[in-house]
Design a protein around this ligand. Structure first.
Ligand code: PEP
Length: 256
């Protein structure tokens, strides 16, 4: 049986007023139209303040909700941080960790690894972003450092729950994407690192996504030729109609 694909929408720090959120939900009402996606798991990640309202709104629409970051402790004296336990108790199921927009602010592999372990502990599914952000000469080195650091701290059972998203920074929001062959090469590289550390038998259980300027226009090629388990979408997820269209294209491709 074909593995279900995963589509994650990262709304970032957008829909910044209550009326913008209202409009987005109204647009989503029409765009998602009580659709059943037999072949795709859809996850939408709004700002934390909207988690609860998104969980309530989207539960009827087969879209689950995730956060865009979390802290590595679950409670205590950590002013301004967001507890993964709170995210989970609000009904969200996923959390993006280590997005390049956070790494450019100084987030390290060690912090990403700690956040990942705590997210797993409270029952959230971590979506770990990996990719070159410019501090290292070599993209593969940056990717292997990030993954190694996580692999050192998780069990094989937990590893299977983690989703990895390969996101070359130059492709984010730029309208440019790597070739499907280049994406496939990195996907194979990530699998190789994991296979070497654990066992090659588990690599097919791990989901590896691509993110960076995905749109309804390029999604068919990416899904059919880059051998990814899904995509992480930024800009396009802000337009409910185009986001739903992208999901529908993937769903239909897998029906064939
Ligand atoms: C992202 O920020 O993770 C992303 C993939 O953005 P975009 O789709 O806009 O390139």
């Amino acid at each position: 049986m074909q593995k279900r694909k995963i589509v994650i929408g990262n709304l970032k720090m957008n829909l910044e007023t209550v009326s913008m959120r209202k409009q987005y939900l109204k647009d989503s009402e029409n765009a998602f139209n009580k659709e059943i996606f037999e072949n795709v798991n859809v996850v939408l990640c709004p700002q934390n303040l909207y988690l609860e309202s998104f969980v309530n709104f989207f539960k009827e629409k087969n879209v689950v909700i995730g956060a865009q970051d979390c802290f590595w402790e679950t409670y205590g004296a950590h002013t301004g941080e967001i507890s993964p336990k709170t995210i989970k108790s609000l009904g969200a199921e996923y959390v993006i960790i280590g997005h390049s927009e956070r790494r450019t602010l100084g987030e390290t592999d060690e912090e990403v690894s700690k956040k990942c372990s705590t997210a797993l502990r409270v029952g959230l599914i971590p979506i770990i972003c990996v990719g070159y952000i410019g501090q290292k000469e070599d993209e593969t080195l940056a990717i292997s450092d990030s993954i190694e650091s996580i692999l050192n701290n998780v069990s094989q059972e937990d590893l299977k729950k983690i989703i990895f998203a390969y996101e070359p920074v130059w492709a984010i929001g730029s309208g440019k994407t790597p070739s499907v062959d280049d994406i496939h090469t990195v996907v194979l590289y990530i699998k190789k690192i994991i296979g070497k550390k654990f066992s090659s038998e588990i690599i097919d259980d791990i989901s590896i996504l691509y993110g960076g300027s995905v749109s309804p226009e390029n999604i068919s090629n990416i899904v059919t030729q880059a051998h990814v388990d899904g995509v992480l979408i930024g800009g396009v997820s802000l337009q409910a109609e185009r986001f739903a269209k992208t999901v529908k294209i993937i769903n239909n491709l897998l029906k064939k």
